[in-house]
Design a protein around this ligand. Structure first.
Ligand code: NAI
Length: 463
């Protein structure tokens, strides 16, 4: 291993990172009580975790929780714009190998993903992923080693991944198979990554167990919703300083992220239109008081556009051509292909500042694109606040502990954490908000048919 086993933008930012991390800890009761409860027994001793998740201050608190529980960790960000350089610096300075810079290139991004798997003779044995890139890297590498042909890359992202993967195949024969076979499981943070895992499981191609952290209630119904409610408008404001009140904003998708995003824009005084393909979510949006229409109808009239679907080609080049002068366009879903950014390549373009680009169409009309279509709350701002990330990351820590200590309980399939743990995560966050919980009497518990101390809902309950 090289002497300096990290790549960060500026290691001298470590002290600043520590000061912000100290503040974050006061807002992350779930993580802090997990350290208290499990620190002494070191349940993650022996665990070597390859982590690929936005390298923010909140993630630094997650990393320090994993190491406090005995794990060794190597880390990269899961997006080229989401790193907070002072967060990466404080983690590097603490001796944890981290490979992440805000504004890294796609080539660097995949090199860094490769670096988190470089453990020397003892390969990593757990993955903590956000979006599935790290997991797919190992799975594809092992499949190629087994003789399978990789499909031709369909975008720049895949092209760069394949370049790095081929380099590793040539440098370290058998590396991917050995790593894959050592991995006891993956815990996955987000909707898009979970989707990829279920696809693999359906095809019988998931090589290790996976815990779907996203679908813990205390993750998707909080981070995706209340997190975006705070961080979406934050990103638009830091990017553009535009007056939000009175503007017409479009939110594509009314799932958890869409609900939070629409609430964020409404809270800032914007008038909000929603687009949906699912009648249930469209009806929810309408009954929450939003106009629901197609992107074709909304494109020429709105001022701000945000995609939240996890789908591709949601804002097309034709939609962008139809927009008004100085429309603001951004995405908060996991991948940038929600917007047809590639088709802007031939337009006249200036970088206003990092992560804010102005494009001019042939007719002179201008458009502001945030974070090149990558998730704008992390590209233009600092992502979700610590408190909500504490809930997400407490689920992550519990999932890693479960995969590490109860390996034999799990087949190569996708699981969610049991409800009693979900309720525990929520419980750990109540005191901070001075929430007083009512208690069921014995008779009441019997009457509604639940144990007096929970779980309080069936697995079918939707919250
Ligand atoms: P979800 O599945 O709850 O919601 C997506 C919604 O988009 C669904 O209701 C779906 O019907 C709708 N949709 C799909 N195609 C559409 C189209 N062409 N036009 C209009 N609507 C369409 O997923 P969730 O949890 O809301 O996540 C959305 C994306 O955000 C994912 O990529 C996820 O990974 C990402 N995410 C980003 C976060 C951030 O901080 N930036 C936080 C959490 C999730």
């Amino acid at each position: 291993m090289a002497d300096q086993d990290y790549i960060v933008a500026d290691i001298s930012l470590a002290d600043y990172g520590r000061r912000e991390l100290d503040i974050a800890e006061t807002e992350m009761p779930g993580l802090m009580s997990t350290r208290e409860e499990f620190g002494a027994s070191q349940p993650l001793k022996g665990a070597r975790i390859a982590g690929c998740l936005h390298m923010t201050i909140q993630t630094a608190a997650l990393i320090e929780t994993l190491t406090a529980l005995g794990a060794e960790v190597r880390w990269a960000s899961c997006n080229i714009y989401s790193t907070q350089d002072h967060a990466a610096a404080v983690i590097a300075a603490s001796g944890v190998p981290v490979f992440a810079k805000k504004g890294e290139t796609l080539a660097e991004y995949w090199e860094y993903v490769d670096h988190i798997f470089q453990w020397g003779d003892d390969p990593c044995n757990l993955i903590l992923d956000d979006g599935g890139d790290a997991t797919m890297y190992i799975i594809w590498g092992a499949r190629v080693e087994a003789g399978e042909e990789m499909p031709a890359p369909s975008n720049e992202e895949e092209e760069e991944m394949q370049k790095v993967l081929k380099k590793r195949l040539a440098a370290s024969p058998g590396f991917f198979t050995k790593t894959r076979d050592a991995i006891k499981g993956v815990s996955e943070e987000t909707t898009t990554g979970v989707h990829r895992l279920y696809e693999l499981a359906k095809e019988g191609k998931l090589p290790f167990p996976a815990i779907n952290v996203n679908d813990s209630v205390t993750k998707s119904k909080f981070d995706n919703k209340y997190g975006c409610k705070e961080s979406l408008v934050d990103g638009i404001r830091r990017g553009t300083d535009v007056m939000m009140a009175g503007k017409l904003a479009v939110v594509a998708g009314y799932g958890d992220v869409g609900k939070g995003s629409a609430a964020s824009l409404r809270g800032a005084g914007a008038r909000v239109i929603v687009t949906e393909i699912d009648p249930i979510c469209a009806l929810q949006a309408a009954m929450d008081g939003f106009a629901v229409m197609t992107m074709e109808k909304a494109a020429p009239v709105a001022d701000i556009f945000v995609t939240t679907t996890g789908n591709k080609d949601v804002i097309t080049i034709d939609h962008m051509r139809a927009m008004k002068d100085m429309a603001i366009v951004g995405n908060i879903g996991h991948f940038d292909n929600e917007i047809q950014v590639g088709s802007l390549a031939n337009l006249e373009h200036v970088e206003v500042k990092p992560q804010v680009d102005m494009y001019t169409f042939p007719d002179g009309k201008r458009m502001l694109l945030l974070s090149q279509g990558r998730l704008l709350n992390l590209g233009n701002a600092t992502g979700h606040p610590s408190f909500v990330m504490s809930a997400s990351f407490t689920n992550q820590v519990l999932a890693q502990m479960e995969l590490w200590t109860n390996t034999s309980k799990y087949d190569n399939d996708v699981y969610v954490l049991p409800k009693h743990l979900d309720e525990k995560v929520a419980m750990l966050h109540l005191a901070k908000l001075n929430v007083e919980l009512s208690e069921l009497s014995d008779e009441q518990a019997k009457y509604i048919g639940v144990p007096q101390s929970g779980p309080f809902k069936s697995d079918q309950y939707r919250y």
